[in-house]
Write a protein that binds this ligand. Structure first.
Ligand SMILES: Nc1ncnc2c1ncn2[C@@H]1O[C@H](COP(=O)(O)OP(=O)(O)OP(=O)(O)O)[C@@H](O)[C@H]1O
Length: 283
């Protein structure tokens, strides 16, 4: 399906409307940093994603919500170039990839692009971290993949990135298996932002953390967004998290997008019956 962004559907003018009200949100005035069209993914007989379009603007945060099994994590894996869809196209507006459909790249080219331009934080830290290596070593690994070889530079870059994710620096040498869930998410975040990616993907980054830790991690994500200006896609079943972080939200059901729009618009005045059900169930 084709989802038209509010920017694209906004009328150029109208009776009685203030100009400011008619202009698309500032974020949407730039060229998109990410544009994926018609993504489809099947696993055997299960259709995880069907004809999904995603557009993301620079510095924008797009939330993805939907019931369990609606395809949210599958979509993030495709956007992270971990898996290949059976159909669709995917463009990122980053150096070396302009005008190229990323789905046509070789495995090596995709890996390069992922290392340099895409960061991801998984709900399960075991997917994103080596639990036995030191925390700073986990962050350094990404820099090594990008070609950095100097031990001093790796150590310093790891420290800077962990500090940016508000990780306690006295625990730099501790392995993630000895850290709390909130700290493990901070190590994942530090690794994800180490090379200042254009795109940060977050899969339920606060799920499973206790409420006070969740709030701290959300604060850090907001600050990272503000300071790095990175565009983010965040999957969460928690509409409070989406409201706190996201500019727009995309609602998924059965592998398809049923509604997309500005967060307040969709969560306060949902149009699709499924979104209405989702919002009311969470109230
Ligand atoms: N590797 C896989 N092999 C087989 N089926 C899969 C695989 N990954 C996902 N699926 C199926 O694809 C569908 C979408 O799964 P996905 O994990 O993307 O949903 P989700 O919205 O992220 O769910 P949740 O909120 O529970 O994490 C489900 O039916 C799931 O069983």
């Amino acid at each position: 399906m084709t989802v038209t962004s509010p920017a694209e559907s906004a009328p150029p003018g109208g009776p009685g409307g203030e100009l400011a009200e008619l202009q698309p949100p500032r974020l949407m005035l730039d060229a998109p940093v990410l544009r994926a069209c018609g993504l489809s993914r099947r696993y055997g007989r299960v259709t995880a994603l069907q004809d999904v379009d995603v557009t993301l603007y620079p510095r924008e945060v797009l939330g993805i919500v939907g019931e369990s099994g609606s395809g949210k994590s599958s979509l993030l894996r495709l956007l992270n170039l971990e898996e290949t869809p059976q159909g669709g196209s995917y463009h990122l507006n980053v150096p070396g990839a302009q005008g190229r459909d990323l789905l046509t790249l070789t495995r090596f080219e995709r890996r390069e692009l992922r290392v340099r331009h895409i960061g991801i934080v998984y709900q399960n830290p075991h997917l994103g971290l080596r639990m036995e290596h030191s925390s700073s070593g986990n962050v350094a690994e990404r820099l090594v993949l990008a070609g950095e070889r100097s031990f001093a530079a790796l150590r310093q870059a790891g420290r800077v990135s962990l500090a940016a994710s508000e990780f306690p620096l006295e625990r730099l040498d501790d392995p993630p298996r000895e850290l709390s869930g909130g700290m493990q998410q901070r190590v994942q975040l530090a690794k994800a932002i180490a090379l200042k990616p254009a795109l940060l993907l977050l899969d339920e980054p606060t799920t499973g953390l206790d409420v006070s830790v969740q709030a701290l991690v959300l604060d850090t994500l907001r600050r990272v967004r503000r300071e790095l200006g990175v565009a983010m896609v965040i999957v969460s079943h928690d509409l409070g998290v989406i409201r706190t972080l996201a500019d727009r939200v995309m609602v998924m059901r059965g592998g398809q997008v049923v509604e997309v729009g500005l967060v307040d618009q969709v969560l306060d005045d949902p149009l699709h019956p499924y979104t209405q059900q989702l919002v009311h169930a969470k109230l």
